[in-house]
Design a protein around this ligand. Structure first.
Ligand code: UFG
Length: 325
């Protein structure tokens, strides 16, 4: 298969690109490197540096058609999306539409889209099935939902075979590739960085949630399992239609349970301060992953929290400055 990976220099994108190459597929990456890293691009992938909205570049990249596209390239910081919503609407939707126009112009093709549990907002109950109410509570989630709707329209009108993968909490590292965001807002990498660099402050955001220990519960899914799901989805999507699939380990872990796992993996005692709740954080997000298991034959084989934390810690210790760029 010949596959284009937009955003393939980012965290999940680069691990996925490496996984597709390992299947023997031909992989090209389009990334503007605004948040991605050249060092994350796997050897063997062709890197096109630029933006999806650059029509000339896109025409050159698509000079030979692709069998499938995996679309990661998007702005993805929840707090930033609340402060600068128009940037998110313009960039996330503009990039997706530009890519899909090019894709459908070349005839029906496969598109695997990087979506998010953020499309559910505050769910009425957990585990969350794909047909739960779609009620995002921030602009980031609303742009992800809008992109899903665009994909569904393109599937109906233009024969696109589209799969939206709704990630829960992506975490962990896959050998040479790990999580390096600036700024880093996510729980596990922020906690690990605070152990390596005293300048990085770590606080628990709220311990008065209606959960067993009062801290938020999340479903952490190993980035290697996410990467495998993209390969499976590309193979599976051989007919027109739109299919949303949850990708989570199917088990919830509280922030305090994550702290315990980090203390065990690192041998460090942790006693972080408890700060106020972070606005917009749902109390519990846990996936029902039955549909991905059934349709794709996907198994989240690496998504046990101790393994996620051990792999993330190994990567952070080996890369204390991230990718160093
Ligand atoms: N947390 C802390 N301290 C920190 C960072 C996080 O206590 O320094 C807590 C958060 O309050 C939350 C949990 O750790 O309860 C997980 O937070 P993350 O920022 O790691 O992840 P989120 O659950 O907020 O975000 C994830 C995805 C987003 C997606 C969102 C949907 O990363 O892309 O779920 O709600 F939008």
């Amino acid at each position: 298969m010949r596959v284009l990976v937009s955003g393939g220099a980012g965290y999940i994108g680069s691990v996925t690109a490496a996984r597709l190459l390992a299947r023997g597929w031909s992989v090209e990456i389009l990334d503007d490197l605004s948040t991605g890293h050249v060092a994350a691009v796997p050897p063997g992938a062709v890197l096109h540096r630029g933006r999806l909205e650059d029509r000339d570049l896109l025409a050159r990249v698509f000079a030979r058609p692709f069998d499938g596209v995996v679309h990661f390239a998007a702005r993805s910081l929840v707090a930033q999306s609340q402060a600068r919503p128009l940037d998110y609407w313009r960039d996330n939707l503009g990039a997706a539409v530009a890519l899909l126009e090019r894709l459908v112009a070349g005839g029906a093709a496969r598109c695997v889209f990087s979506s998010s549990a953020a499309v559910y907002g505050e769910p009425p109950s957990v585990p969350i099935p794909e047909d739960a109410p779609l009620a995002p509570v921030n602009t980031y989630g609303r742009t992800k939902l809008a992109m899903e709707q665009i994909l569904a329209d393109a599937a109906r009108a233009h024969g696109l075979a589209a799969v939206a993968l709704r990630y829960f909490n992506a975490a962990g590292a896959d050998g040479q590739r790990g999580e390096h965001h600036e700024p880093e807002t996510h729980l596990i990498p922020r906690l690990l960085r605070s152990l390596l660099d005293q300048a990085v402050e770590f606080q628990i955001f709220g311990d008065d949630y209606p959960t067993p220990d009062g801290t938020c519960v999340r479903d952490y899914v190993h980035v290697a399992d996410l990467a495998e799901a993209h390969a499976l989805a590309l193979e599976w999507a051989d007919r027109p239609g739109f299919t949303p699939l949850n990708l989570g380990g199917g088990r919830g872990w509280s922030v305090r349970e994550v702290l315990d796992a980090v203390a065990r993996a690192t041998g460090r005692a942790l006693a972080p301060a408890v700060a106020a709740r972070r606005p917009g954080d749902p109390a519990r997000l846990v996936a029902s992953n039955e549909r991905a298991r059934q349709l794709l034959g996907w198994r989240p084989a690496h998504s046990d929290l101790p393994q996620i934390v051990a792999d993330a810690w190994a990567w952070h210790r080996a890369h204390p400055s991230g990718y160093g760029d």
